[in-house]
Design a protein around this ligand. Structure first.
Ligand code: NI
Length: 171
């Protein structure tokens, strides 16, 4: 178990569609544990494998931040099942940026655990938002892609100004 370095936008792995996991090996379990450790080390509530440079369809989530309540999903498919929710999001791979994002309020997610057993969950509230955010990572999509062009432009200008700022934990 270890805390891995984070990839940040514009890292190419963040922009590629993650590959499906075909073999449920010990290495997959180790990756999931590393994702959990890395999420906690950075005070995150979700983390997807591409964020640590691994282009495979795995993410972890835990909006409660309570140890032992992590959700680990491999090869997810997601269905939005209604409602609208707008909350301020951030992302460990997009440092110093927060913005209101509009998403579905309810989702159903199907996938597998790290042993290949089927997992299904329905979610609303913050968990539904986190699942959609992490699922987006596996499609090569970041939350900033869901903003208006004007907002994206403002963010780009702000990030240019902050580029040399120390303390970013990105590789
Ligand atoms: Ni993110």
């Amino acid at each position: 178990m270890s805390v891995r370095p984070l990839c940040c936008d514009p890292h190419p792995t963040l922009r590629a569609k993650a590959h499906r996991v075909a073999s449920f090996t010990d290495a997959l379990g180790a990756l999931a544990r590393d994702l959990v450790d890395t999420m906690y080390a950075n005070d995150g509530i979700g983390l997807a494998a591409p964020q640590v440079g691994e282009g495979v369809a795995v993410f972890v989530a835990n909006p409660s931040q309570e140890r032992g309540r992590e959700i680990v999903v491999v090869n997810p498919s997601m269905e939005t099942t209604g409602g609208r929710a707008v909350i301020v999001e951030g992302c460990l791979s997009v440092p110093n940026v927060w913005a209101r994002v509009r998403r579905a309020a309810h989702v159903r997610l199907r996938g597998q655990d790290t042993s290949g057993r089927p997992v299904e969950l329905t979610a609303d509230g913050l968990l539904a938002i986190v699942l959609q955010h992490e699922y987006d990572h596996l499609q090569g999509r970041l939350f900033i892609d869901r903003l208006s062009w004007l907002k994206r432009l403002q963010i780009r200008l702000r990030r240019l100004r902050l580029r040399s700022r120390p303390g970013e934990r990105c590789t």
